[in-house]
Structure formats: C-alpha cells, structure tokens
Design a protein around this ligand. Structure first.
Ligand code: ADP
Ligand code: ASP
Ligand code: MG
Length: 813
C-alpha cells in the first residue's frame, strides 16, 4: 500500500485538482490519499483569527472570499448536481466557522483551542470539493474523517500526535480499503475530545503517521516542486532537485527551513524505514527526491542549503558563568517551561556566554523569562541581563559527506566573507551533518546564493556586473565581455552577467541579467532616466553575490558613490581617475575601506590603459623592492599629438586627429593642460607607497598662451590653430638636432614634475609610435637599467581590456 499526500500547492484550483485526480487514477491500488487545505486558505483563516480577536469585522470579508473560492472551484470542476451539493456543504461549514469567529470576536481573545478549531476548516472545506471530484472519476473510493483517526495529547503545552491511539484508530479506519481512501491532513482530535491540529505544514505528518501505521511500502509527498532542492528554488535560481537524501539529511534541512517537508513527518516513517518520495504534481514524470535510511552519495560533499528567517539571538553572558554548573540547564529549562523552542545554541569555551537562536515571535518573552530566572545573578553583577537582537536568519549547510571531508565550513564561510556577509554565530552538530550560521536577514538570500554557487553551480561562478558609462570605453568593455563569455564559461566556469547598466541618460537593472547582445536596444527602450543614487540603492537591495561595480565614466558624481559601494562590500573597477587622484587621505581611506570590507578597489586602466603598470609596481613593492625614480610618457593623446606633429602634421591638425581617434579625454583640455598626466603621475607615485598631493606636482607650461576655461567644440579648432606657428618653430629647433618632443612626467627625490622635453635617438622615449605610453621604473633592484613598460596607452579597446583584467584579478582573488 502507498500513501500519497497532496499539499495546498497541489490543490489550489480546479486545474490542479484535475491533475491530482489523474495522478491518483493512474496509481496502483490500494492507496490512501491525504489532502491539505487549498493553498493560502490556512493563512487566510489565521488572518480571520487575528481580526476577530481584535474585534475587526473585516474577517467577514475573508470568510466570503474563502467560501467563494471553494464554491467557484466546485462549479468549475464538478457536474452541476455535485457542484450544488458541495456548495451547500461549504456554506454550512462557513456558517459554523462564522459562529466560532463571532464568539472569538465577542470575547476578544483567541485561545490555542479556538485557533486550532478555526484553522482546521481549510481542510474540512477542501476535502469536500476534492472527494467529489475524485468520485466523478473513480469507482473504488471511500472518505474517512481524519479527526477520527489522528489523535493528539498535550505534552509540554503542545498538542503532539499520540502514537498509541492514532495507530490503533488508523488500523481500524483504514483496514477496509475499496481501492482509494481519501482523508484530510493537518486536522486531529485531542484524546480529551476537542479539535486540534498537527501544526502548520502538518498534513505531511498526517500522511507519515498513516504510512507508518499501515506499514506502507512508500510515502509520496506531492507538491509544486520536483523534489527537495539544493536550496529553496523560490530563492536560488540555480537550485536543482536532489535525487536521494537520507532521513537524517531531510530532517536537518526541514528543521532549518526547507518547508517542502514538515520536520515531525520524518520520524514516523523513519522508524519503520518507509521510503519517502517527493514529487511534483505539475511535472509527474520528473524523478523527484527519494528519502531513505541510507541515501547513496551523489558525489557532492554537501547536499543542500536551507534557511529560516525571522530569528532572534538571545545572549546571556557574565564572568560569573564560567565554571558554574547548571547555568545552561537553568536557561534551557526556563525556555522549555515557557514553550520556547531553541533552534540553535552556541557557547564559547570560556563559558562566559551562551547564545541561542529562537523564533522572533518569542524573543521578548524569552528575554523576560531568562532575566527572571537569573535575577539573583544579575543583581549581584555576575551575569548581565540577556541581550535580545532581532532580524536574523539561520543558514544550514547539510550533507552526510561532510563527516569525511576537511575544510567544508571554511570554504562556505569564506564564500560568505568574500561577499561581505557577516556571520553572527556558528554551530555544528557533533554528527557533522549540519553546519549552521546566523546572518542578518537582509543578507540571507545573498548568503544562500553565495554558498550555493560555491558548491553547486554547474556553470561555475556567476559574476554580477553593474556598469556605469556606456560611451567609447563602456561599449568596448561590454563587447569584450560578450565575446569572451563563452570562453570564460568553458575554461573557467565563470559566467558574467550584466545586471545593471547606466549611461548619462538611461538605466536598466535586471536581477536576471540584461540579455547580452540586446543591451543597446534595452538601453534605448528603457523608460528609466539615469539616477545614480537609485542605481546604487537598487544594487544594494538586490544584494547579489559576486557583484562588481564598474565605472567607465570620468565623472566626479560617480566617484562620489564609491564609499557607499565599498561599505556594502561591493568591489569597484574603474578607469575614472578622479578617486585615485583626489586628496591623498580620501584615496587611502577608500583603499582601506575596501580591505576592511573584503572588497577590491581596482584602477589599473587609470595609467597606460591596458598596460600592466600599477600591477607591476604593486608586485615590486610587495616583494620588497623600493622605487627610486619614475620617468614616463603617460599621455597617449599628447604622445599621439607630438608624434604626428613631429612627422610633419600641423599641431592643430594633430589635435583634431587625436580627438577624432578617441585618444583624448571627452574634454581634450584635460589632456592639453597636463591635468591628465598629472593625475597619472600622482597615481603611480602613490602606488609606490609615497604620499603625494596633486598640488605638489610641478607643471612646466609648454603652451605659449593659456587655454580656454571650457571646451567648446565649435571654436576649439580655430583656437588650436593659434598655436601652430609657435610649435612650428619648436619643431625646426629639435629637428636640426635629430630630436623629438615628448611630454615627460618625472618623479625622483620627492620631486614630481611634468615638462615638454626634447629627446635624442639614444633615449628610450625616442621611439614611441602613435599613442604609445612608456614607463621607466628605477628601483633598488632596477638600479642601473630601468624596468620599462611600453605599448598603446590610450584607446577604448585597450582601456576596456585593462578594466577586464582588473575584474579577472578580483575573481581569481
Ligand atoms: P505544500 O503546499 O505542497 O505542502 P509547501 O509550500 O509547504 O507545499 O512546500 C513547497 C515549497 O517549499 C516549495 O514551493 C518551495 O518554495 C519551498 N522550499 C523551501 N526549501 C525547499 C527546498 N530545499 N526544496 C524544495 N522546496 C523548497
Ligand atoms: N493547511 C495547513 C497549513 O497550511 C497544513 C498543510 O498544508 O500541511 O499549514
Ligand atoms: Mg507543506
């Protein structure tokens, strides 16, 4: 014999009930089918209780809705005569329910008994509709009232299944099975005769009790997901069904929030070694999850992650606790007497503090009773009053494989650390089946997702990119990410997802990612004007693991957001030089903040675009070298201008060509004034570990008369022509000596400066093509001859590749 349980999610409406009827019709006989209330109805009845107890007459409306839902389902599902019969039964039930709620409203109080009585009406109503639907299709059917076979007894203030009476009653009621017996889950009767329930989610337990009492060959739990998943599928996109679990694993998972199966439902079948199969009503051919005594390992060390929300932490501490026998026992007895369930316990080995996690509902009460119990110790200062903190979740990592493996919790916790999730308490059962961590509720989803990615994501890591700026560099970067994505997925099991994108006009944010090749169209069609504050706030709210913020702009408004972004442990990669060249202290503070928050702040493309300059200096310093002197041509645009002009082009023409080629900043005055080179030199010197401010860099003016304050594309060209004669003379001078003009940035002996110099053929800066940059680093190790880095130092593609390289180094970290 088999027992099948169909949850509320399987009997929410006419269409799903039809699917259930077909599943039962196709099953081998004999079987017993157990049904929950329609989805959402128990919650609705719960709201009725609250309203009635507060004398809010709104519960009448909820009752009408409950009635309508059942009657309409009956009308849609059943033949007219049967529908009318069921409708009248529903109306009777509603009238009785209404009387009870009116009574509660008159008294203004709900008791456990009246609450159980009301909540059970969901199952009483649903069975009427379902039984009739089955009887229209099956001939071998009987209905048994669950209240006549599931009995409870009051234990420690809670109604619990009374095995002896229940087993006897089930044997008696179900011994005569014409083929299919249907009954309700959840509802029961106290051994003293009043209505009770088995607790929320309790239909699973009804089915399990029946399976155990009848020695069923299998218990099938039919729900709306294809088994027990590696994490709540409503929560984690990549979760997938687990083929096999042991009873112990299922118990741990359900205890810590996997509500797909109700924890007390495991024990009855476990005692009889009856396998449990979790199946999907809406995909019946899916394999589902089989729970048995000893599940075969599936190659994964951990099987799944579950989480419970709305937890509070209560800590009891004090120097008077160490070495004193009986403190823990008093603490837990007090909680037990007050019916407060403890979900997780941690005690530091100093024995000076005990921390427990409990349901938030009981937080205040727990503190009250603990403070009362330890009143004497608190008064004498040996114990401090209990501290209550709310807003937590518990994440549990479950798997029998953990027993034999080293470093699993380390791996899980470092995934949390990398994503800036702080762990407030940790517990591991001595069975090593479960490691649990308490985190803030706002981080719960990110925590589950990060651990899930760490252990399960078949496609490897998922990196969420939030990109601001989609101009030349931004576009080149996005195109590089898109073209390389297949390669990264295959070779490095890393998927890049553009989750947020903003340009100066519009923004798009999609938790599931902006569809690759269509990003331009999606930006164009977006109805959201760019609001950077909102952009970052939404990024924080999404709180996705492996989020990286990429700044492809040159805007101070964006750098103004860096601090808040790093505060949230989100890494920043930028080609925007403003932050790294701002006041020394604010720059260093950002770097320190990144370290404190385990995030990264990377700006390799600030100097020399894609050239590995900052990375090289970093490595030199880290390995104990010390920079003595830096000489560099750092402006790809100025180098391009002076190269082109030295080869015969007029100065103004060379400037125009540099702008058109995208080698200058959007505002070319920043290049021409030397501001850009200044910033780059500043960054290099700072990366060498030296404190330097922009004002300390000496800029020797190389132009005969000052530049305008503002860039005006209309008049810019004619302005540049005013410089042509001056530079023509300069060229003739250097050409006679076979020299070339270069704008050179230098640092040595605490002096930093920038000047226009002529270099001869023997100088390493003589041969520089197009927009090349060159950096000569003189150090303790590179003393006689410098370490030289040279190559294209401007342009969208190379800058984008510098950004990409930063992202890869973050991922590899
Ligand atoms: P039913 O009404 O069938 O009893 P429940 O809502 O009680 O259904 O349980 C099914 C739900 O449990 C799923 O829809 C899913 O959102 C949730 N759930 C939580 N954790 C898990 C998990 N690890 N695997 C599968 N489902 C889970
Ligand atoms: N209907 C009850 C509830 O929602 C029992 C169940 O569905 O298992 O909790
Ligand atoms: Mg359930």
């Amino acid at each position: 014999m088999r027992v099948l349980k169909f949850g509320g999610t399987s009997v929410g409406n006419a269409e799903s009930i039809r699917a259930v009827v077909e599943i039962i019709a196709a099953r081998e006989r004999p079987l017993v089918a157990v049904f929950s209330a329609f989805s959402g109805i128990t919650n609705k009845l719960n709201s009725c209780l609250t309203m009635a107890s507060e004398r809010d007459s709104g519960y009448h409306r909820l009752l009408d809705e409950t009635e309508d839902r059942h009657v309409n389902t009956a009308l849609e599902l059943l033949r007219p005569g049967n529908a009318a019969e069921v409708a009248s039964q529903i109306r009777d039930l509603k009238a009785r329910l209404s009387d009870i709620l009116n009574g509660i409203s008159n008294i203004g109080e709900v008791t456990t008994r009246s609450s159980d009585m009301v909540l059970g009406f969901g199952e009483l109503m649903s069975i009427r509709v379902i039984y009739k639907a089955l009887s229209e299709r099956l001939g071998d059917l009987a209905l048994v009232d669950a209240r006549e076979m599931i009995f409870t007894r009051l234990v420690n203030g809670e109604e619990r299944a009374d095995m002896e009476t229940t087993v006897k009653a089930i044997e008696e009621k179900l011994s005569d099975n014409p083929g299919v017996i249907v009954t309700s889950g959840f509802i029961s009767t106290s051994v003293k005769g009043y209505a009770t329930t088995l607790g929320r989610g309790g239909s699973d337990q009804t089915a399990s009790l029946i399976a155990a009492a009848m020695d069923a060959e299998l218990l099938e739990i039919w729900t709306d997901v294809s088994g027990i998943f590696t994490a709540d599928p409503a929560y984690t996109e990549d979760a997938h069904a687990i083929a096999e679990l042991s009873y112990a694993e299922a118990l741990e998972l359900s205890h810590f929030g996997a509500k797909v199966i109700y924890p007390p439902s495991i024990h009855p079948v476990m005692g009889k070694r009856i396998p449990v199969l979790v199946k999907n009503t809406f995909a019946p051919s899916d394999r589902g999850t089989l729970i048995t005594e000893k599940a075969s390992p599936n190659g994964n060390i951990i099987k799944a992650i579950s989480s419970t929300d709305r937890i509070c932490l209560v800590s009891l501490s004090g120097s008077g606790m160490a070495g004193v026998v009986g403190i823990a026992s008093r603490l837990f007895s007090t909680l037990a007497i007050n019916h407060i369930n403890v979900i997780l316990i941690t005690q530091a080995s100093s024995e000076q503090s005990i921390c427990i996690a409990i349901d938030e509902l009981h937080g205040e009460r727990a503190k009250e009773v603990i403070d009362e119990e330890f009143e004497f110790e608190i008064r004498s200062g040996r114990v401090r009053p209990a501290i209550l903190e709310s807003g937590y979740s518990i994440i549990a990592i479950v798997g029998e494989g953990m027993k034999h493996s080293v470093g699993i919790s380390g791996q899980a916790f470092s995934a949390l650390g990398r994503n800036g999730v702080n762990i407030h308490a940790i517990a591991q059962g001595s069975s090593e089946l479960n490691v649990s961590a308490v985190v803030k509720m706002i981080d719960c989803r990110k925590a589950v997702d990060s651990i899930h990615q760490e252990f399960f994501r078949s496609a490897g890591k998922l990196i969420n990119l939030f990109i601001v700026g989609a101009g030349n560099v931004g576009t080149a970067f996005i195109e590089q990410v898109l073209t390389q994505s297949g390669y990264f997925e295959k070779e490095y099991r890393t998927e890049f997802r553009i989750t947020g994108l903003a340009n100066s006009r519009k923004m798009v944010i999609r938790a599931k990612g902006i569809r690759g090749a269509e990003w331009k169209r999606q930006m164009m069609e977006s109805e959201r004007s760019t609001d950077l504050q909102k952009f970052t706030e939404e990024m924080f709210d999404l709180n996705l693991p492996n989020s990286i913020f990429i700044d492809n702009t040159s805007s101070p408004e964006v750098t103004g957001l860096y601090q808040s972004i790093l505060e949230r442990s989100i890494s920043i990669v930028t080609c925007n030089k403003i932050a790294a060249s701002s006041a020394y202290d604010s720059f260093i503070n950002l770097k320190k903040l990144a370290i404190a928050k385990r995030a990264h702040f990377r700006f390799e493309s600030n100097v020399g675009a894609g050239l590995p300059v900052i990375q090289t200096i970093d490595n030199m310093i880290k390995t104990g070298d010390r920079l003595i002197r830096i000489e560099a041509v750092l402006s790809g645009s100025l180098n391009f201008i002076f190269n082109s002009f030295c080869e015969g082009m007029k100065f103004s023409e060379a400037v125009e060509k540099a702008i058109k080629g995208g080698y200058t900043e959007p505002d070319p005055l920043i290049d021409l004034r030397g501001t850009d080179i200044s910033r780059k030199l500043l960054i290099l010197v700072r990366e060498s570990g030296i404190r330097l401010e922009a004002s300390e860099i000496e800029l020797t003016d190389y132009l005969p008369h000052p530049l305008p304050d503002k860039f005006d594309p209309g008049t810019f060209n004619s302005l540049m022509r005013d410089y042509d004669d001056f530079f023509e003379m300069k060229r003739e001078g250097v050409a006679d000596r076979s020299e070339k003009l270069r704008i050179i940035a230098r640092y040595s002996n605490s002096l930093a400066g920038i000047s226009l110099d002529a270099v001869g053929p023997a100088h390493p800066f003589y041969i520089l093509e197009g927009n090349d940059n060159i950096v000569s680093l003189f150090s303790n190790r590179y003393y006689e001859r410098p370490l030289i880095i040279k190559g294209a130092g401007a342009g969208a593609d190379v800058t984008a590749s510098g950004i990409f390289a930063d992202i890869l180094s973050i991922i590899n970290n």
